[in-house]
Design a protein around this ligand. Structure first.
Ligand code: 13P
Length: 249
């Protein structure tokens, strides 16, 4: 099955609009012509408009890192799906572990956000992943099952085709600890099985890996059959490092 591949970057709370533009100008000097790989950069929302007007490669798209589940109203400090779209985003990261565990987002809230994103034609990169205590107690499968069933509740197969899944074990994020190829392979197979049990066409679903991906380990991780690319944090902040990861595809 030829699934679409993604080299996605989550910049988190890094880079001003000025730094973001410098980055994208530098990055576009590289050969970015592998049409099998979609590049998705998710900068802080305030950088989107400045970046989109500098992007002249169709292999690069932009995404938001979060959004509210309502489309407008009295929600001080929040950003809606329509606002992301009109700022140049085609994607949005939802369910990221930092949103779940630092900002207390529940599976139900994430489900509402996914539905709102889809309604606004924004494609969700839906993150799931277990904490270290879940893995150590042998509960990885249950945690992934709960996140996938609740997060995707009432989402049709048709809508599901616009969703990309990112498996991000919480213990591997920003820690320098990468999951082993066996752990990644197993988790991606479990996710695919769970998705088919939920009635989705999972063989064509792209599942990305995220958690301390670097140019040193990208080649090995990319050789795993069930891995369709990456959601990269820290290593994507540097143009050269991000480009090396892109070249591992
Ligand atoms: P790191 O690549 O810095 O571990 O972050 C991964 C991540 O959270 C991507 O969303």
């Amino acid at each position: 099955m030829d699934r679409k591949k993604y080299c996605a970057a989550n910049w988190k709370m890094n880079k001003t609009p000025h730094d973001s533009v410098e980055y994208i100008l530098e990055f576009q000097k590289k050969a970015l012509d592998n049409h099998k790989v979609q590049i998705v950069i998710c900068p802080p929302a305030v950088s989107l408009t400045a970046m989109i007007s500098e992007i002249h490669r169709n292999t690069i798209e932009l995404g938001g890192q979060n959004m509210h589940f309502e489309n407008n109203g009295a929600f001080t400090g929040e950003i809606s799906a329509d606002m992301l779209v009109s700022s140049g985003a085609k994607w949005v990261i939802l369910g990221h572990s930092e949103r779940r565990h630092v900002f207390g987002e529940s599976d139900e809230m994430i489900n509402q956000k996914i539905k709102q994103a889809l309604q606004s034609n924004l494609k969700p990169i839906f993150c799931v992943g277990e904490k270290i205590e879940d893995r150590e107690s042998g509960n990885t499968g249950q945690v992934l099952a709960a996140q996938l069933t609740l997060g995707l509740k009432d989402i049709s197969e048709n809508d599901f085709q616009n969703i990309v899944i990112a498996y991000e074990p919480v213990w591997a994020i920003g820690t320098g600890l990468t999951a082993t190829t066996t752990q990644v392979d197993d988790a991606h197979s479990v996710i695919r099985e769970l998705l088919s049990k939920q009635g989705y066409e999972s063989e064509s679903t792209s599942i990305l890996y995220g958690g301390s991906v670097k140019s040193d380990n990208a080649g090995e991780l990319n050789s795993i059959n069930g891995v369709d690319g990456f959601l990269i944090g820290g290593a994507a902040l540097n143009v050269e490092e991000y480009y090396k990861i892109y070249q591992s595809f």
